[in-house]
Design a binder for this molecule. Sequence first.
Ligand code: ADP
Ligand code: MG
Length: 561
Amino acid sequence: MIRAGTMAGEVAQALSRAPAFSGVLGTAFGLSVARQACLLGMPLLTMHVFDGVIEGGNLDTLAVLAVCFFVALVMAGVMRAVRAMLMAALAESLARRLTVEALEAAVRSALAGSRRPGLAALQDTAELRRFLGGGTIADLFDMTATPIGLLVLWMMHPVYAVIALAACVTIAALGVVLDHTTRGMMRSASDRQVKTSAELQGRLRQADMLEGLGMLGAVVRRWEPAQAASLAEGDRAQARARAVRGITEYSSYIAQGTMVVAGVILATHHQVSPGSVIAASMLANSATAPIARVVLSWRDWAMAALAWRRMQELLADHAAPDALPPAADGHPGLWVRDLTWTPPEGARPVLDGTTVYCPPGTITLVLGPNGSGKSTLLRLALGLMQPDSGTAELEGQDTRQVARDVIGPRIGYLPQDVQLLDGSVLQNIGRFGPEEAEAVVAAARMAGAHDMIGRLPQGYATEAGPTAGLSMGQKRMIGLARALYGAPSLLVLDEPEAGLDREGRQAALAAVLAARAAGAACLVVSHDPGLWHGQVDQLLRLGPRGSWQTEAPDKPAARGA
Ligand SMILES: Nc1ncnc2c1ncn2[C@@H]1O[C@H](COP(=O)(O)OP(=O)(O)O)[C@@H](O)[C@H]1O
Ligand SMILES: [Mg+2]
């Protein structure tokens, strides 16, 4: 409960940064207090009925009291409903904001090589939404009933207050015990669960290979113990929570029973009125019930706290970088300066001070053996990775410090491992932006993909996602069209001709020549220098251990498409 309390504080702090949120929370709290006041009326009225009406036989008073009773109940109900609506709206709007931030951070975290899937960030947002929108925070607000109830009990007779206080302390102590003994378990079970399910998802994506090589059994056997351990840990935590829950419920009953016994003893000694016995029992219940509810909803608190912590870590580690304005003396085109990068556990640099300038309207061909850092250079140039040192500037703007939605349309990128997203060919080429069929067809024509797309079962409307069954070559051609879409000023292609037939390779070459003619700076990785022979403006050769050199091509580049 203690750490859950800290987390509630953090949530409240985060919410209070947005004035609308703190307003809503404040209103919900005010409604909770008002509702408690209405409910408090009930035991007091009961006492009057017993002590005044029964003894005096005044049924008119009873009628008035009954009406008051009814009105207070209805008001309490209405306040509860309004409060629930407010909290649901709050949860909705917070979740909407968090989802976008979390997804953006999840993408950046995946780029930085994190194994934690972006999906987990979404699950965490859903968890927080459920928590805020459910009754858990309201239960916390309802705890205002506890001091009020204790005070009224004290005024009726100190013994009543002491019994109720003992019950409250017992239940709260149980909550703390529950928190301490199970939180570690819950946390490691939930972390393990996220990890094992991500692992399985990753392996199942290789279904062809698993089935073809008969590896499924072996993979499942390796995965199963981790999964079983994570589930068993979760079960242990739950069992412990169930035990504490049982004890908590009984504590409430015991408090009420004790209250009646003590009340009757006090009443026989004429210390209190008989009506107060019933009122005290009701008050004891309303003082302990909110604490019990908060303890019983402990799992929600724990889960929400974990989700909140993970989300905060994700957002803190992968916040969007501040966008810098273009440098005043920035060159047009792409300037890669002194890029050095060593893999996290590597001893030798993959790139060591690589420097190359790609002016607009030129082609720079990057050559080098496998593993020499060609793909890494492209990713660094696009600002997708953090270099150890050095910078990459597009039109004078550091590619690490830009708003991606602003720079993205100016970039055409074809990764080595081309992937298309769920959606039609049209949507994939058009980068899922507003539909501009003409621009999509123009990009497809330029990439030499238009005829191939025309032969697909449903042309541009054909489904293109990972399970759609397009061949690697078809995907690459569509990926090239996607790179060319919107006439980007920087074209970065990682082995665009790989896996293509002769016609496809010529089309890829023609596409790059056309982009150059249109003024794009082109940076192309290839294993086929013959295809590009005589067509490029500059060569960048990467060698082992980060060695590199730029060269003029053998023949002057043939300009124009
Ligand atoms: N995210 C990464 N983590 C660790 N090592 C990496 C990472 N990305 C690339 N490398 C290493 O950097 C080297 C260059 O990789 P890459 O740029 O893909 O080569 P290529 O020239 O074949 O495109 C390889 O040895 C590879 O293992
Ligand atoms: Mg590569």
